[in-house]
Design a protein around this ligand. Structure first.
Ligand code: PRX
Length: 646
């Protein structure tokens, strides 16, 4: 492969937390060899009410994953109180930048303490206590991290649902974990959309969510919304009438901290469950090392808090490190394509973390948007969520980082809780497109289809983990068997990631993408089965098969092959009805980019759809369709290639 390497800038290495590849390699070896000793040393980074008795108890065959057994701590205490105790109360925790450039706020750690304590008391007044589930359905407003931290303070388990999900998706997630309380906002603003109906979506969801006792509504826009007497409460009214102190609950290291739903290749979304001690330590330590965080830094992660990146690297990791962060409500192209760079310039952002899809969208608009802003404050650039290709990597490096900022391409998953494979900015030479080397305590392997470890470099395989790390998910909420089947059954003794990867001659990992039926659309993880199910509910649709195809901006686009009921004609109304149904069932981010109507799908005699053929057609790889002799009707392939609808 032999790609050019980009060495860490000397100035950065000199003061970095890890200064050379040798430093990294020695520490990485030690972290695997003396795993428990390593993690018990690192666990001193956070403050415990009671020290753990045993560092870890792991058995992937059950699976059983426990870290810092017997330890007691509180995440909100670690993210706020201990910094105030250390004299940092006046430091800024968040700069909040509204969708409209004229709107902004800032919040010190002292102010965050006040808001979190008050809101914790509000939660208690509404009958929420340790172990109860609270659903958060909000846009990027300061009340979202405040609500997360308040749940953590009293031991309630939050379940954030990304603000673009439909009421049906929201309802299903509330019901799966039986949330008692829903926190939302009146309406939301994002780009030119200034009236996203959050509360009214929530109202529809709650009609079929019997576990919800109360809702709390943040007044974000002042739009008129329906408030049901006794059930619905305004955030601002509640928060004024409570005490400004709330003792943090002493939580067990293995008590649940949050649930976050994510899509798999089959079935309904899974409630990925993370616990308290291991998750916090892993988010804390990866943030500090991978962004080389210093107290003078201004950090900005452009992800949405409704996804794992926002949980670990907007809320918990940065706050645990007493960082100063920017939270941005809007989108990269509003009011124009210079918005990201205006924000970097305005707050003098030094650590910047974004997704390749955003870079591709911005790169397409030319260099002048970035070049007309002062980006000299930038020190480290990060990416997450999907493979970054060489053109956008180089653009990021040259145009945004002026060739002086290392790029940390961070590979991880909702399930892993924190970053697993990534350069360390002061230590690891980078290569475009490679997430490089495993983080401390992370032991990746490549497996072949039979589960044999592939030894040596310059090899391709299935990416799995040989041992546990503190940030690992502990279970699928309410379904431990599904946890076992999804991640630990195909390859015994390993955690299987669902991704494929290459390891080059230097042992660097290049993630090649999912090997299952999960799509990654603009960094959103979407199961093909979910989209197929949604399309199948549209009037007139007989069957649908969905695959991914290469998309210039989104990374992967959604390509749907659809057969209609006998007698139903293909027309634009049918197409509209499919879009509407998918938006209702899942949300607008899951709408197909292309629909191909067809009279039949390529099925084997046993009725299984051969997706390989559909993927080839969607990506215009028409030359080699491989073996099609097992198809019940091989002539379907020709019809699909020609685009015949009958
Ligand atoms: O396929 C990998 C891809 O995103 C998947 C995880 O998605 P999700 O759980 O939504 O978490 C995204 C944010 C952590 C992975 O299985 N992925 C994530 N980061 C990268 C990546 N693919 C390539 N390179 C990355 N840096």
């Amino acid at each position: 492969m032999n790609k050019k390497k980009y060495n860490p800038p000397q100035k950065l290495s000199l003061n970095a937390n890890y200064k050379s590849l040798k430093d990294y390699s020695e520490e990485h070896k030690r972290s695997l060899k003396e795993n428990d000793v390593f993690w018990s040393e690192k666990a001193e980074r956070i403050e415990w009410f009671k020290k753990w008795k045993k560092v870890s108890d792991i058995d992937f065959t059950l699976p059983k994953i426990e870290w810092f057994i017997g330890g007691k701590l509180n995440v909100s205490y670690n993210c706020i109180d201990r910094h105030i105790k250390n004299g940092k109360g006046d430091a800024i925790a968040f700069y909040w930048e509204g969708n409209d450039p004229s709107e902004s706020k800032k919040l010190t750690y002292n102010q965050l303490y006040d808001k979190v304590c008050r809101f914790s008391n509000v939660l208690k007044n509404l009958n929420i206590s340790k172990g109860d589930r609270v659903c958060l359905y909000m846009q990027m407003i300061p009340e979202l991290p405040i609500a997360m931290l308040s749940c953590a303070r009293i031991g309630a388990v939050h379940s954030a649902v990304f603000g673009a999900f439909s009421s049906d998706s929201l309802r299903d997630r509330i019901n799966d974990s039986k949330c008692k309380l829903l926190i939302t906002q009146d309406t939301g603003v994002r780009g030119t959309k200034n009236n996203i109906p959050m509360k009214s979506n929530a109202d529809v969801a709650i009609e079929q969510s019997p576990s919800i006792e109360n809702t709390i509504v943040v007044m974000r826009t002042g739009e008129k919304v329906h408030m049901k007497n006794k059930r619905d409460h305004w955030w601002h009214e509640q928060i004024d009438s409570v005490k400004p102190h709330c003792e943090p609950e002493h939580m067990d290291a293995e008590d649940p901290l949050f649930i976050l739903y994510t899509s798999g290749s089959t079935g309904t979304p899974k409630g990925v469950m993370h616990t308290t001690g291991g998750y916090l330590l892993y988010a804390d330590y990866t943030f500090s090392s991978i962004f080389d965080h210093k107290s003078s830094d201004i950090y900005w992660c452009t992800a949405d808090i409704g996804w794992i990146t926002g949980h670990s690297y907007i809320t918990y990791g940065p706050l645990s490190n007493c960082a100063t962060s920017v939270i941005f409500e809007g989108v990269p192209n509003y009011p124009d394509f210079g918005r990201f760079w205006d924000i970097v310039d305005k707050y003098q952002v030094s650590l910047f973390y974004t997704a390749p899809t955003a870079l591709r969208a911005l790169m397409k608009e030319g260099d002048s948007w970035a070049q007309s802003r002062d980006l000299s404050s930038l020190r480290v650039l990060g990416t997450v969520g999907e493979p970054i290709k060489e053109p956008e990597w180089k653009w990021y490096y040259k145009i945004i980082g002026s060739k002086k900022c290392p790029i940390v391409d961070t590979w991880w998953q909702t399930e892993t809780g924190g970053i697993m494979i990534s350069p360390l900015p002061g230590a690891t030479p980078t290569k475009p497109g490679s997430a490089t080397l495993p983080f401390f305590g992370v032991d990746p392997v490549l497996l072949d289809e039979n589960g044999n470890e592939i030894i040596g470099n310059n090899k391709n395989g299935l990416l799995a983990m040989k041992s546990s790390w503190p940030g690992q998910m502990r279970t699928v909420y309410g379904d431990h068997q599904r946890f076992k089947e999804t991640y630990f059954t195909q390859f015994k003794g390993y955690y299987f990631t669902g991704d494929g990867a290459k390891r080059d001659e230097d042992g660097y990992y290049f993630i090649t993408g999912r090997v299952d039926d999960v799509l990654n659309v603009s960094g959103h993880r979407i199961g093909t089965a979910e989209v197929e199910g949604a399309i199948g509910k549209a009037d007139g649709v007989a069957e649908a098969a969905v695959v991914g195809y290469n998309h210039d901006i989104k990374g992967q686009g959604i390509y749907a092959f659809v057969t209609l009921m006998t007698g139903i004609e293909v027309n634009s109304a049918i197409e509209m009805s499919i879009f509407k149904t998918v938006t209702k069932e899942i949300g607008p981010h899951a709408k197909p980019d292309k629909i191909q109507f067809t009279s039949g799908l390529p099925k084997t005699r046993s009725g299984k759809i051969m997706r390989r053929i559909l993927r080839n057609i969607a990506n215009s790889n028409l030359e080699d369709m491989g073996d099609i002799s097992t198809l019940a009707d091989p002539s379907v392939v020709d019809k699909l290639i020609k685009g015949d609808q009958k």
